[in-house]
Design a protein around this ligand. Structure first.
Ligand SMILES: NC(=O)c1ccc[n+]([C@@H]2O[C@H](COP(=O)([O-])OP(=O)(O)OC[C@H]3O[C@@H](n4cnc5c(N)ncnc54)[C@H](OP(=O)(O)O)[C@@H]3O)[C@@H](O)[C@H]2O)c1
Length: 191
C-alpha cells in the first residue's frame, strides 16, 4: 500500500482534485489497542512519523513471535488485522498532514461477503465497493485524515450499482445525493 501510494503521489500532485481513499476497517479503531503508550503514539500524528510507525509495526511482529503481545500492550485476538488497520488509519492521517493539497481519507466498507470472511459478510460486494467509490468521487469531501463509515445508500438497490457523472457534467447524480445523508465521518484519531 505504501509503495503504491508513494509511486502515485507525483501523478496525483498534477491533478486538480487529487484524492486517496484507503481501505480500513472498524477493527482499525484505536480502542482495539490495549496498551496506552502504543495507542497514544498511534493517535498523535503531530509526533508520529512513517519511520516510527514502521518501528512500531516491527515491534508488534517481534512481540508476536516472542509471544509477548499481551505483556506489551497489543491486542491478542484478530491481532494482525487490528494492528494493520490501526496502522492504515495512522498512515492515512500522516499522509493527510504531509500532503494537505491531496484529500486523503480511509473507509470502512461495511461487512462485505468476500473471500476474506469466507463470504459470511452482510453486504454484497457491489454495495461494499460503492462506499470507497463514493468517498473518492463525492464532490464536497475536502478534509483529509478521517474514516468514513458509509451506511447503505438510501434508495439504491444492491443490484443496481450507481452511475457517476462524467467530469464535465454539473453536480452529483441523484444517487450520490441520496447517499450523502448517510456518509458518517469520524476523525480517525478519536475512534
Ligand atoms: N470484507 C469485509 O467485510 C471488510 C470489512 C472491512 C474492511 N475490509 C477491507 O477491504 C479490503 C478488501 O477486502 P476484501 O474483503 O475484498 O478481501 P478479499 O476478498 O480477501 O480481497 C483481498 C484482495 O487483496 C489482495 N491482496 C492481499 N494481500 C496482498 C498483497 N500483499 N499485495 C497485493 N494484493 C494483496 C488479494 O489478492 P489475491 O486475490 O491475489 O490474493 C485480494 O485481491 C481489505 O483492506 C479489507 O481489510 C473488508
Amino acid at each position: 500500500m505504501k509503495t503504491v501510494t508513494e509511486a502515485l503521489i507525483p501523478l496525483l500532485q498534477s491533478s486538480q482534485s487529487p484524492r486517496i481513499v484507503n481501505l480500513s476497517s472498524l477493527y482499525g479503531r484505536l480502542r482495539y489497542i490495549p496498551g496506552d503508550r502504543i495507542k497514544e503514539e498511534m493517535r498523535n500524528v503531530d509526533v508520529l512519523s512513517e519511520d516510527r510507525l514502521n518501528e512500531l509495526l516491527q515491534s508488534f511482529l517481534n512481540d508476536f513471535k516472542e509471544r509477548k503481545l499481551e505483556e506489551n500492550g497489543w491486542p491478542t485476538s484478530i491481532c494482525a488485522y487490528k494492528v494493520s488497520k490501526v496502522a492504515v488509519s495512522a498512515y492515512t492521517r500522516i499522509l493527510a498532514k504531509k500532503y494537505p493539497n491531496i484529500c486523503i481519507n480511509c473507509v470502512h466498507p461495511g461487512v462485505v461477503k468476500t473471500d476474506m470472511n469466507c463470504n459470511t459478510g452482510e453486504l454484497p460486494v457491489e454495495e461494499g465497493a460503492q462506499r470507497p467509490v463514493l468517498v473518492a468521487l463525492f464532490p464536497d469531501v475536502a478534509v483529509g485524515g478521517r474514516v468514513a463509515e458509509v451506511e447503505p445508500a438510501d434508495g439504491i438497490a444492491s443490484d443496481s450499482p450507481p452511475s457517476f457523472p462524467a467530469r464535465e457534467e454539473k453536480g452529483p447524480p441523484l444517487v450520490l445525493r441520496a447517499s450523502l445523508s448517510s456518509l458518517a465521518w469520524r476523525d480517525s484519531k478519536e475512534i
